[in-house]
Write a new protein. Structure first.
Length: 185
């Protein structure tokens, strides 16, 4: 059975967005970008909420991003190759290939997807991840902790769910960013 991995960038104080809802609070870091791309490439399917999907769809809809460097081309290739499931009540059609829209998050459908997948799945976005964690579907959490305090909004981890974790990987980047990967017991 494939694993469902929740991956997120997070500030040191636990937020995924700044106080204005911005996602661009982390300065570029090539080494981190390579690690994120490796993680993305390890999964065959990405599960997103509408907002996360719309912020990442540019990796397919804006070819100038991939043209910036070999690193961005590799990331765009990984993103485009994966299947995407977007949970949204407002999107009428996807703007990218290999993408389907689901109106509601259905834990049993995700269980079936995990059981039939030949590659791992990634869930992106704190709201969708909270639903997956609450349903007991998440197997691992991969966090990129940035050395910034945002006083922001949207916590990376749900505050109403208890989970015991086992650290399975860690890496400190020269920029001060720390990668932490946990297995849920």
């Amino acid at each position: 059975m494939a694993k469902l991995i929740y991956a997120s960038n997070v500030s040191l104080d636990g937020w995924t967005e700044d106080a204005h809802g911005g996602l661009d609070w982390g300065p570029p870091d090539d080494d981190v970008f390579v690690r994120i791309t490796t993680l993305m490439r390890s999964a065959g399917t990405y599960l997103y909420g509408r907002r996360m999907y719309e912020s990442l769809a540019v990796w397919e809809t804006d070819s100038s991003l991939a043209a910036r460097s070999d690193l961005t081309a590799d990331y765009a290739s990984a993103w485009q190759a994966a299947d995407k499931v977007v949970y949204s009540s407002s999107l009428t059609a996807p703007s990218t290939a290999n993408t389907r829209i689901e109106r509601n998050f259905d834990p049993s459908a995700v269980r079936d997807l995990k059981a039939s997948a030949s590659e791992d799945l990634l869930v992106g976005g704190p709201n969708l991840a909270a639903q997956a964690l609450d349903a007991g579907l998440v197997d691992e959490i991969a966090l990129f902790v940035w050395p910034v305090m945002l006083g922001g909004r949207k916590p990376a981890l749900a505050t109403n769910t208890r989970a015991d974790l086992e650290l399975i990987d860690e890496h400190r980047f020269s920029s001060g960013i720390v990668y932490l990967r946990y297995h849920l017991k």
